[in-house]
Design a protein around this ligand. Structure first.
Ligand code: SF4
Length: 341
């Protein structure tokens, strides 16, 4: 272990269970080596909410995840990040002001909408969702949250990832002509009143740069070169490519699929590269795991052993994540609706 790594572990030992380090699966291996718990967005949200003993929680992930941890923990618990500049470009594609404009546009045509907001969004977006009676979702439980909304006879306004919205609707058998795209850069969202009336799901025009890198052509080429392999992509992948793959799965579903794969099989995965490489190392000799195409989340990669050590040694105030109570109260409603489903 590096000298920096040894210093991190010495501090962890000193703090014991008063300190909790959470690591998202997309983090570098050198960071995950110091995490008490690993998980995807949903698992880490649940873990943060259940950790009453931890006085300080260090979130090795991106900004919206640390915000969710702050919203779900008690006011006495301190949430920090080694690098607060680790944001999520997709989360930033929807602001609360733009969402409110979109909501007004849809509600001006029909009065039976419910917002469903992907956890990859800012706390202010989650707060508006909570205030409007909606729920958050993750890529693991988007189908369940869609069902919850549809069972109430509601239409769904889904933000901020177009592709997760389209893939979830398709998985649930909602025809393409009942899914409309709201483009916040266009007047009226780029939708006529008739298009809004015909839609059961309206998806926001946002995307994840890591997952839109996966295309139909890559899948065709990879399949031709590896005819016996199983290709699985994350549902943030554009619909046409996701449809061509053998399966879709959230981060935790991909991990389970790899772990359950028969000995000697090959899986080709379309998601963030650090996770695929880790699975390949863990399964080496049993199952072959390859990247559909190398694709790194540059924001997840901003956290490293050096900024983690600096945080643990100095606890600077500027690395603390604090969501104001007025935002947190409404955002908690949206997160809790999801956690209770
Ligand atoms: S992988 Fe995509 S959605 Fe996840 S944090 Fe990075 S940019 Fe955001």
């Amino acid at each position: 272990m590096s000298e920096v790594g040894e210093r991190i572990d010495a501090i962890r030992e000193e703090w014991g269970d008063r300190l909790l380090i959470l690591g998202h699966h997309y983090q570098r291996p050198s960071v995950l080596a110091h995490a008490d718990k690993l998980g995807d967005s949903l698992e880490l949200s649940r873990l943060a909410a259940d950790q009453e003993k931890a006085e300080r929680i260090v979130f090795c992930g991106v900004h919206f995840m640390a915000e969710s941890a702050d919203i779900l923990t008690s006011p006495e618990q301190i949430i920090t990040m080694p690098e607060t500049g680790a944001g999520c470009p997709m989360a930033d594609m929807a602001t609360a002001e733009l969402m409110q404009t979109g909501w007004n546009r849809l509600a001006g045509v029909c009065d039976d909408w419910l917002p469903v907001v992907y956890v990859n969004s800012t706390a202010r977006i989650k707060a508006l969702c909570g205030k409007l009676g909606g729920s958050t979702c993750t890529s693991s439980n988007a189908g369940r949250v869609f069902e919850w909304a549809l069972e109430q006879g509601k239409r769904i306004f889904f933000l901020p990832d177009e592709h997760l919205g389209r893939n979830t609707a398709a998985t649930m058998g909602i025809p393409d002509d009942e899914v409309a795209l709201y483009n916040p850069a266009c007047a009226d969202g780029g939708l006529s009143d008739d298009e809004i009336r015909s839609a059961r799901v309206v998806v926001w025009k946002g995307y994840c740069i890591v997952h839109v890198a996966f295309t139909i052509n890559q899948i065709r080429q990879v399949r031709a070169a590896n005819p016996d392999a199983t290709i699985i992509v994350h549902p943030e992948t554009p619909r046409e490519a996701a449809d061509l793959a053998d399966g879709q799965g959230s981060t935790s579903q991909i991990i389970k699929a790899v772990e359950a794969a028969p000995d000697g099989s090959t899986l080709i995965i379309g998601t963030e590269q650090h996770l695929v490489e880790r699975l390949a190392r863990e399964q080496a000799g049993r199952v072959t795991v390859k990247c559909l195409k190398p694709s790194i989340c540059a924001n997840m990669a901003k956290t490293n052993e050096h900024n983690l050590l600096r945080l643990l040694e100095e606890w600077p105030d500027e690395l603390r994540i604090h969501v104001s109570p007025s935002v947190a109260d409404n955002a908690r409603l949206a997160l809790q609706r999801m956690l209770e489903l």
